[in-house]
Design a protein around this ligand. Structure first.
Ligand SMILES: [Mn+2]
Length: 194
């Protein structure tokens, strides 16, 4: 088993109630990760994000599609959220990903990057059928997931060192450097080592 590392950073727009939330749950050699963005920001967004987080943690062994369907049901009493899930087999590097709504998910390999697309919708309101993507991670690949409170379009040459260092510091730096000043912000980073 490699020494895969991971970390999450969140930053509330105002006060201490953040409508964004992240999950990193490692069990039996499997890492389940999620980034959740409650619609809007503030206390009601935080309620939606926490409701989704609790559901995901309690159903962590279901398929990603099943989890997203379940989150959609439990969020119907809230103002809704978008969420992206990834599951990584820490031994083989096998990755599966599925999301609903605008959470960005990218895999960086050296100077290349690939974006894995979520389907449209808002969980708890109107969600399309999730689609699962699968990839095989290579040694030192970096997986990034972030909410729309983080600037999506950036060129790595503009930010030397942005993706350097351990995964937790990368997540924190991205929220600091690319976080917008009109929304909650969150970033989850995983660096895979075999
Ligand atoms: Mn947002």
């Amino acid at each position: 088993m490699g020494k895969t590392e991971y970390g999450v950073a969140t930053r509330a727009l105002q006060g201490d109630q953040c409508g964004d939330s992240g999950i990193t749950l490692e069990q039996k050699g499997i890492l389940l990760c999620a980034v959740i963005d409650g619609v809007g920001h503030g206390p009601n967004a935080a309620i939606a994000a926490v409701t989704a987080k609790n559901y995901i943690e309690a159903n962590s062994e279901a398929t990603l599609t099943e989890i997203l369907h379940g989150v959609h049901e439990v969020l119907k009493s809230t103002q809704g959220a978008v969420a992206c899930l990834c599951r990584i087999d820490l031994k083989s590097g096998q990755l599966s990903m599925a999301g609903i709504g605008n959470i960005t998910c990218r895999i960086f390999r050296g100077l290349d990057s690939e974006r894995l697309l979520s389907r449209e919708g808002i969980l708890g309101y109107m969600a399309s059928t999730p689609r699962e993507h699968t990839r095989k991670l290579d040694n030192a690949d970096l997986l990034l997931m972030h909410s729309d409170g983080v600037r999506e379009h950036f060129e790595l040459f503009e930010y030397p060192g942005l993706l350097k260092g351990n995964a937790a510091s990368v997540a924190a730096r991205i929220v600091d450097t690319l976080g917008k000043n009109n929304d909650d912000a969150s970033c989850l980073a995983v660096r895979f080592f075999r």
